[in-house]
Design a protein around this ligand. Structure first.
Ligand SMILES: *[C@@H]1O[C@H](CO)[C@@H](O)[C@H](O)[C@H]1NC(C)=O
Ligand SMILES: *[C@@H]1O[C@H](CO)[C@@H](O)[C@H](O)[C@H]1NC(C)=O
Ligand SMILES: *[C@@H]1O[C@H](CO)[C@@H](O)[C@H](O)[C@H]1NC(C)=O
Ligand SMILES: *[C@@H]1O[C@H](CO)[C@@H](O)[C@H](O)[C@H]1NC(C)=O
Ligand SMILES: *[C@@H]1O[C@H](CO)[C@@H](O)[C@H](O)[C@H]1NC(C)=O
Length: 414
């Protein structure tokens, strides 16, 4: 595929959020998918508590992809759920031949990609206004699992008529399914398997210094932001420039790369500066203050537990008390875990602890590159070979479709 030159991207957006030449940084996910020659359907799903979520379906490949048009022919659809502060861009940023969303479509899957409440594609509610209402932002990943993932799975099954689906999640996208299965174990019957990419259930061995610092300061920070009514965190809006976009404002991505290395882990050979610039057009995509606070609680307590609201001592010092644990033994579907040895967010020991505790562990894959980081799962030059091709092989075992497609993985050697 061709990448567009500068003068074309100038037409696309007159007021770019930051100075990046790549058109792909500015396009929405449906625009990207269409641009690269795939069918895209936009579904809006309403949750039980009134949130309106965008759910995107890659329902095939058009001839415009440069390859023959293709309809899904697998036995079951696959549903993908993204990571914290991201969106379903996780699955397509790398482009055809590399991004998991495209590789799955090429392999004959009917691909569905969810977007959690509060992200740029799901900043909608039947009566709450995200710009005015604090109540809109009164959620954590608990509600994303319990309401969003549930509604999205039901919608996919309803539209496709399938009885069950494959589930693929990255980071937060895995923990939200464990929340759902813990609270509503009957959902095990709607799932075939779970592909858990860097699952963020245990995170207490987290290594990033910047994130660690925020985690230590979380309670007073949350109390202060809550007081001033700031309950939305790092939205993807053109007129608000979040920290990361100021840091990475010009096309010299040095500072930005250092930030990425601290937060996600350092693996320079896998970093493609062009990819990082595109990524920053899609990340951060928004989250709630409570969602981050909930993360800080499970990191500090080393417990995969429900959210515990802040309490204030007489001297005004905030604290929280232990909340009930989620019950991992209720996730009875086969779980396949993928982890990286140099993942600063989900330390490999945290991933292995989860693998140890799920009742139906099907396989564990350590990514072959020993320096593989958290962001490498979606941005590494070789993520197609190191992760996605293995994931496709795993899915084959659970799908049972005859005549499995040859998957066209573009190998980017480093
Ligand atoms: C936020 O949600 C919780 C339940 O999750 C509820 O108990 C609380 O009252 C809500 N707070 C606000 C301000 O809406
Ligand atoms: C399934 O779809 C039908 C028709 O579109 C709708 O009436 C029904 O409420 C849906 N069921 C669920 C569980 O979403
Ligand atoms: C990029 O920025 C770094 C410091 O932020 C500086 O040392 C380096 O010289 C810059 N590179 C270019 C090509 O401007
Ligand atoms: C977890 O769920 C299992 C299966 O439903 C149940 O037997 C067990 O008692 C639960 N554990 C806790 C601590 O609630
Ligand atoms: C794989 O992709 C390349 C480049 O897009 C194309 O030339 C080739 O024909 C494809 N191979 C198959 C088997 O589809």
């Amino acid at each position: 595929h061709e990448f567009d030159d500068d003068d074309r991207s100038a037409e696309i957006e007159e007021d770019p959020p930051f100075n990046v030449k790549e058109e792909d940084a500015y396009l929405t996910v449906p625009q990207l998918v269409w641009k690269y020659g795939y069918e895209i359907e936009i579904h809006e799903v309403q949750t039980e508590d009134g949130y309106l979520l965008d759910l995107y379906r890659i329902s095939g490949r058009r001839a415009a992809s440069g390859q023959p048009a293709l309809r899904p022919y697998r036995n079951a659809p696959i549903f993908l759920m993204h990571s914290l502060l991201s969106s379903c861009a996780d699955w397509v940023l790398m482009g055809p031949g590399r991004g998991l969303g495209y590789l799955l479509a090429d392999a004959g899957f009917d691909v569905w990609m969810g977007n959690a409440r509060g992200t740029r594609y799901s900043r909608k509610h039947i009566h709450l206004d995200p710009d005015r209402s604090g109540e809109f932002w009164n959620f954590s990943w608990h509600e994303i699992g319990l309401y969003d993932v549930r509604a999205l799975i039901d919608h996919v099954l309803n539209v496709t008529g399938a009885a069950r689906l494959h589930y693929g999640g990255f980071s937060q996208g895995t923990m939200v399914l464990f929340v759902l299965l813990s609270e509503r174990p009957e959902y095990n019957t709607k799932l075939i398997d779970m592909q858990a990419i860097s699952p963020s259930v245990y995170m207490y061995r987290l290594e990033g210094q910047i994130v660690r610092t925020f985690v230590q300061l979380a309670d007073p920070l949350v109390a202060a932001l809550d007081t001033i009514g700031r309950r939305e965190i790092l939205p993807n809006l053109r007129f608000i420039a979040p920290l990361v976009k100021i840091v990475c404002a010009d096309s010299n991505v040095t500072a930005c790369r250092e930030l990425l290395y601290d937060v996600a882990g350092k693996n320079p050979p896998q970093v493609d500066d062009r990819m990082v610039r595109i990524f920053l057009g899609h990340f951060p995509a928004g989250a709630s203050l409570r969602q981050l606070h909930h993360f800080s609680q499970i990191i500090r307590t080393a417990r995969f537990a429900k959210y515990s609201p802040l309490r204030f001592a007489e001297n005004g010092v905030p604290s929280f008390s232990p909340a009930p644990l989620y019950n991992l033994t209720r996730a009875t579907i086969p779980v396949v875990v993928y982890y990286g040895l140099n993942d600063h967010v989900v330390n490999f020991r945290d991933a292995l602890q989860l693998a140890d505790e799920v009742p139906n562990l099907a396989a564990v894959h350590q990514i072959a590159d020993r320096r593989f980081t958290h962001s490498d799962f979606i941005l590494a030059k070789n993520s197609a070979r190191l992760l996605n091709s293995i994931l496709l092989q795993e899915l084959n075992q659970y799908d049972g479709a005859t005549g499995s497609a040859s998957v066209n993985v573009t190998h980017w050697r480093v």
